[in-house]
Design a protein around this ligand. Structure first.
Ligand code: TTP
Ligand code: MG
Ligand code: MG
Length: 436
């Protein structure tokens, strides 16, 4: 009998997530705000420029705290992207409307979003990790999965010592803190990274399922959203443990075969998805929420300018990252928060702003435009590397019309160069971070 075959090492998967990421990056340039409630949201405003009018020789760190704008004085709309931990004590957090946040924490300082800066730090911390533990999967602007299994030291203390090394190296190089969960798989690692936030590490073993995972609410499972959770609640299932008690067959008949089977696996802490090192983006998009609701006819020029600007931004993103796309789509949010999307797939790839603008314009003709609009977005999907084999580019002059459906009175929105004024844009356009 051969007893010499090496036993495979137990899988140790880490999930790392930066703490209050956008806010923490802002505090690097405004260290005087450390310990204060700060929220990040809204577009750049005049007051933001004012606080940067520094006397000669002074730095951003010299700006007195009293010079920063407060949430209570903020009149615009939009949502908070994130808040510092001191602000979270007041119940303020991601995706909350600025108006509501101002009621909860009027004294919070509000800073505008600066995606370029966050992307810079995002690249930096991921590079640090990849240098230490190269089996890393990019999961968005501030988080990654890392396979510790085969990394030297990755098994020590269940992964704690490698996690500590990564945490310390990121902090020394950037001044940013993160939290890490190490577990037998991605599913549990993702939950575990939240256990000790901020600046924490938590190690979870298979044997900890009942004590550490089952007490959690089902919403903590990555993949169980508010709708599924509501339905689970209606069946008296509140925690992951409640879910584990249910019969697999019952889950499958109540939630559909694949969802039900997946829920059963999740409840028992099973997940064998690998850490995928090269995740390519599936789409790139830009969208903007307007300062005030806009009407397709009355505000045609302004909307047209914003629309063209969004297309140019997406084209720029594609160009910079070396991608081309085949599917072009739009997204509208009406004043009543209802969303409409349309897209069209072309016969060849493109990253050209004019082509994107033309196809997106045709998509726009296929949605109702009578109601006031709150948000406009442009997306390019079906991406390929611009230099990949077999990628045929659309000729700039080629006509690739979207199937014309009901053509609305508005027709195509105007062109920014003719109608738009530079000041008429909404607050900065937000790239949506997406990977697979
Ligand atoms: P998160 O990791 O969800 O949050 P966070 O890093 O701010 O805080 P935590 O310590 O709890 O991890 O998101 C990362 C960044 O993504 C966040 O700093 C801002 C942005 N973001 C949004 O813009 N909108 C959102 O709704 C969320 C959840 C995040
Ligand atoms: Mg985070
Ligand atoms: Mg995150």
């Amino acid at each position: 009998m051969d007893t010499s075959a090496p036993r495979p090492l137990p899988r140790r998967i880490a999930h790392l997530d930066m703490d209050a990421f956008f806010a923490s990056v802002e505090l690097l340039r405004y260290p005087q705000l450390k310990g204060l409630p700060v929220v990040i949201g809204g577009g750049r405003r005049r007051v933001d420029e004012a606080i940067r009018d520094l006397p000669r020789g002074a730095t951003l760190a010299d700006i007195p705290i009293s010079a920063f704008p407060l949430l209570k004085d903020y009149a615009g709309r939009g949502v908070i992207t994130t808040a510092t931990y001191p602000a979270r004590q007041f119940g303020v957090g991601s995706a909350m409307g600025l108006m509501k946040a101002a009621k909860l924490c009027p004294q919070a300082i509000i800073l505008p979003v600066d995606f370029d800066e966050y992307r810079k730090y995002s690249r930096a911390f991921k590079q640090i990790i990849a240098d230490i533990a190269p089996v890393m999967e990019d999961r968005g602007v501030d988080e990654v999965y890392i396979d510790f299994t085969e990394i030297p030291g990755g098994q020590r203390e269940g992964g704690r010592s490698l996690a500590r090394l990564i945490q310390r190296t990121i902090f020394e190089a950037t001044g940013l803190t993160c939290s890490i969960g190490v577990a037998p798989n991605k599913l549990i690692a993702k939950m575990a990274s939240e256990f000790e936030k901020p600046n924490g590490i938590s190690i979870v073993h298979e044997s900890d399922l009942a004590t550490r995972i089952w007490p959690l609410s089902c919403r903590k499972v990555n993949g169980i959203g508010p709708k599924a959770d509501e339905k689970l609640q209606r069946h008296g299932i509140h925690t992951v443990g409640d879910l584990a008690e249910r019969d697999r067959d019952w889950l499958m008949s109540s939630f559909g075969r694949s969802t039900g089977a997946w829920m059963h696996e999740v409840a028992w802490g099973r997940d064998d998805r690998p850490v995928v090192t090269h995740s390519e983006p599936v789409s790139m998009s830009r969208e903007t929420t307007f300062d005030r609701d806009l009407h397709a006819i009355r505000d045609r020029a302004e909307l047209g300018a914003i629309f063209t600007h969004l297309c140019e931004k997406v084209a720029g993103d594609l160009e910079r990252k070396g991608f081309v796309g085949k599917t072009i789509g739009i997204k509208l949010r009406y004043a009543d928060f209802k969303i409409a999307t349309r897209d069209h797939t072309m016969s060849a790839f493109s990253s050209d702003a004019k082509t994107i603008r033309r196809i997106a314009g045709q998509c726009l003709k296929r949605v109702p435009l009578e109601r006031p609009l709150r948000l406009l977005g442009v997306r390019v999907g079906n991406l390929a590397r611009a230099d990949a084999d077999g990628v045929r580019l659309m000729e700039a002059s080629a006509k690739d019309p979207a199937p014309e459906q009901a053509v609305h009175a508005l027709g195509d929105l105007g062109d920014s160069r003719r109608h738009g004024s530079p000041g008429s844009r909404g607050p900065g356009t937000a790239p949506l971070f997406e990977s697979s």
